[in-house]
Design a binder for this molecule. Structure first.
Ligand code: GCW
Length: 702
């Protein structure tokens, strides 16, 4: 018996994510009980069964008993149904606005009984509604007078797993891949179902199972059988599977001499391969491609454009209603152009040249998932081409699994940025380029086989937030964080307050101690773990941190104005003007766009050098503040998860200080200025930091 024990005394390891369904306090139970007295769910589809199972599981967890299932409506019944169900006859419900994935939740009177209706145009919509209803209870919201209607603003809401067939996850910090290819298709780990539940709960409706640095073997018949088994687990939850296509697969698997997208044999090979995939998995979602980027094969190998490459696959997928997600993350080996400009240069002229079922997948910034980047200039610049957002949930550049960094604020910043072409990045994503055109968002997953899925308790928040932003790109990071905090740590305001404070400042703290004031990529080589601002000897200029900071005796920063690379010209004139002027560029992007003297006067009146040092310290201080907040939660959350977070914060503090000290040691060796008063010198000299090597840091490519 565990009655009488407070929740937080029970051991938890984080496995349950946002579906913990902890026992309610008796007052809450009494308050909710009259409104959730029975379940009436007439549908018999696998999706309705999943919805019923989830309600039952949630109810058992929170109320400590099974939820009665009834055929007829009674007082307090929860009705789960699809538009058109006889049960709902006579009720005027606004289904038209809900589209395919939307739902409504309504308190109503039906045949004289007070009921709660959860319904969508599809069973999928009803399932989403059930998760929302459960969330209301989990987060302590009233359910007496509900009138909720919600629908996703983007159609394709996918995770991208950078998982290799050997189980290694590129940029993965949560253990190995959860896909156990060796045991599939015979053994379906129950974890796959929990994965589907967790994703459906946040509206994710697709998953790309394999790494964009692709292996053609995933397209072999034996692997397709394994994919089929996963697809069967995910199907009831409305999650489609997608795969990555290695562009040279016709050579590797098909024995052809070429992978030229205009070659008839190549086209025939892809057509037959794609037909085969659909025979095995009739609702297969489509293909994701990284081409001619970082050594991956692609159409440029045959002097063809990205559009020609993408369209070949699109033509083969179209009869099956499949899509191609074609990545715009390209920068060429022999191209001396500012890396910031290269994707735009290559893709923008192709606007309108892609088939209707192609989405061009664009990273949020023009370089590469840095702690802070301005939005990618392609957003708004390809009005005739569906663009989808690619965010990186896994924290390759933000401290791996041990640094607490809530990315919701970063994504809100990117999505709410005004492209002036017109509208925000969010609006660009949401607006169909023509009626019926597809829209979407992808997130590079942070999921692995660690018990807590994401490598840390707080990294779960980033998976959660990705789902919420994919559903609604205009979501607010603080509201999302609040929901997550309540479902993950409980509704006690004395817990939620500090957790929110920690989360909301956390990403800026990482920016401050790693790459303040608009610096880009200062990470060590290859694994990107730890600082390497001095690195200057890598083959390609843009692989070197010195390429981004350009620290020199005369100052620091990358001039991307007209006097420099002119990357600003790729933005709308209003944006170029604001960011191009030292008077109006925000401090946060100063060094991204300008090279300024060390003694440059910031708006604060401080010199740039002093401001830089202060930012590093501000970042470190936030980590200390998070530690203090967390210390105050001892005993207020379960001991196991509490201790893990405490220890990870200690690692984060060590590493934040490492970042701060190494960066200051390096930049001071060039700036040759004293530290501002009250700011301590680095603990060691520059050579000490340069000598640190961590060859076995996790998540490396290859
Ligand atoms: O950020 C970089 C990573 C690579 C990754 C690449 C990409 C999958 O360091 O590991 O490759 O981006 O997005 O393609």
């Amino acid at each position: 018996m565990c009655f009488g024990l407070a929740n937080h005394a029970l051991a938890e390891d984080g496995y349950d994510l946002w579906l913990r369904y902890q026992p309610l306090e008796s007052a809450a139970r009494a308050r909710y009980a009259p409104r959730i007295a029975a379940l009436v769910a007439p549908g018999e589809s696998a999706t309705i069964r999943a919805a019923v199972d989830e309600l039952d599981r949630g109810y058992r967890g929170m109320f400590g008993q099974p939820l009665a299932r009834r055929q007829v409506v009674q007082d307090g019944a929860v009705l789960v149904a699809r538009a058109g169900a006889p049960l709902l006859a006579g009720l005027e419900l606004p289904f038209a606005k809900l589209g395919n994935g939307g739902y409504l939740i309504r308190s109503a009177t039906l045949h004289g009984k007070r009921v709660t209706i959860i319904a969508g145009n599809t069973d999928q919509g009803a399932l989403y509604g059930v998760f929302r209803f459960l969330k209301l209870i989990q987060t302590g919201q009233p359910i007496d007078a509900l009138d909720i209607a919600d629908a996703p603003k983007l159609q394709v809401r996918v995770l991208n797993h950078w998982d290799n067939l050997n189980g290694h996850v590129e940029r993965g910090y949560a253990g190995l891949s959860i896909w156990d290819w060796q045991k599939l298709p015979r053994f379906n780990d129950p974890r796959y179902t929990d994965y589907a539940r967790a994703n459906a709960a946040i509206g994710i409706n697709g998953t790309v199972l394999t790494n964009v640095n692709a292996n053609a073997d995933i397209l072999r018949p034996d692997y397709l059988e394994k994919v089929k088994a996963l697809a069967a687990v995910f199907r009831p939850y409305g999650i489609r599977v997608y795969l990555t296509a290695r562009f040279s697969a016709p050579i590797e698997l098909g024995g052809l001499k070429t992978a030229d997208p205009l070659d008839p044999q190549v086209r025939a090979w892809w057509k037959s391969k794609i037909d085969e995939i659909y025979t095995v998995i009739p609702d297969f979602g489509g293909l994701l491609v990284k081409a001619n980027s970082e050594g991956q094969p692609g159409p440029a190998d045959y002097h063809r454009t990205h559009a020609e490459g993408a369209n070949m696959l699109a033509d083969a997928l179209a009869p099956h209603h499949g899509i191609v997600m074609w990545r715009a993350f390209v920068y060429a080996a022999e191209n001396a152009e500012d890396r910031h400009k290269q994707a735009y240069t290559e893709f923008q002229p192709l606007d309108g040249k892609f088939r209707d079922n192609v989405l061009v997948q664009v990273k949020n910034g023009a370089i590469d998932f840095q702690p802070r980047e301005p939005f990618h200039p392609l957003f708004g610049a390809m009005p005739h081409t569906p663009l989808m957002m690619e965010f990186q949930i896994t924290k390759e550049y933000l401290g791996f699994a041990t640094h607490l960094a809530y990315l919701g604020t970063m994504w809100e910043e990117a999505l709410s940025a005004d492209t002036h072409r017109p509208g925000s990045v969010a609006k660009v994503l949401e607006t169909q380029v023509e009626p019926g055109a597809v829209t979407g968002m992808a997130g590079v997953a942070n999921i692995g086989n660690d018990r807590n899925w994401s490598g840390s308790q707080f990294d779960q928040a980033n998976w959660y937030a990705f789902g919420r932003f994919a559903w609604d790109p205009e979501a607010k990071a603080d509201a999302v964080a609040r929901d997550w905090a309540r479902m993950t740590w409980g509704n006690d305001p004395a817990v939620v307050g500090p957790v929110l404070r920690m989360m909301m400042g956390s990403r800026e703290a990482v920016v401050d101690y790693m790459t303040p004031l608009g610096l880009g990529h200062q990470m060590a080589t290859g694994h990107h773990y730890g600082p390497g601002p001095w690195i200057a000897d890598l083959k390609r200029p843009e692989w070197n941190p010195v390429y981004y900071a350009r620290a020199a005796p005369d100052g620091i920063g990358f001039d991307r104005t007209r006097t420099g690379s002119d990357a600003l010209s790729q933005y709308a004139p209003e944006v170029a003007k604001a960011w191009g002027s030292l008077d109006t560029v925000p401090d946060s992007l100063l060094l991204w766009f300008h090279h300024v003297p060390w003694d440059y006067r910031m708006k604060s009146g401080r010199t740039l050098w002093d401001a830089l040092v202060i930012h590093y310290d501000t970042g470190v201080d936030h980590v200390r503040a998070m530690q203090a907040d967390w210390a105050g939660l001892r005993g207020k959350v379960d001991a196991q998860r509490w201790a893990e977070v405490r220890d990870f914060l200690a690692i984060q503090l060590d590493e934040a200080i490492w970042w701060r000290d190494a960066s200051i040691a390096y930049f001071q060796s060039i700036a040759k200025r004293p530290l501002p008063a009250g700011h301590k010198p680095p603990a060691h000299d520059l050579d000490y930091y340069k000598a640190i090597t961590t060859p076995y840091a996790p998540g490396q490519a290859g």
